[in-house]
Design a protein around this ligand. Sequence first.
Ligand code: S3P
Length: 164
Amino acid sequence: MGHLWLIGMMGTGKSTVASLVAEQLQVPHLDVDALIVEHNHRTIADILTESEAIFRVLESAEIAALARLGDAVIATGGGAVLEPSNVEAMRATGSTILLTASLEALEQRLLHAESRPLLGDDKALARIYESRAQVYMQSADIVVDTTDLDVEAVSEEVLRCVAT
Ligand code: S3P
């Protein structure tokens, strides 16, 4: 099957959906952000506060390492698609599944989210949303709109798409 790489904005449910889909397919479930934390003994917020550039280097290194492993369902961080070589590595080793949601839905879901240094001011989410819309679509093999779906329904839709 190759890897299933979940991409998309923060708040689209990538991590939870990855674990549900992996369980159904009986393959490992991996999370790029969790691996960065584990391997660097620092929180994502801590690394990002120091330097987004350093965070992006660590993120690319994890993606390159994951690309060499056997089949898994992998949740990436929202900015993983910003580096073209990450997208190349993902597509060379499987399929990219983009989870989308309306800006309003993301605002609601991220209202009480834990510390996210990239969401510094009120307009930050909208700015990131607009600026990434095109690169997300260009990076996606499959697109699932999560706006009106819970994580179980999104997982079912992902499974249906990969089965056809
Ligand atoms: C980021 C999204 C986060 C995390 C980091 C940067 C982004 O992951 O990788 O805070 O640039 O959109 P989630 O999409 O899992 O929240």
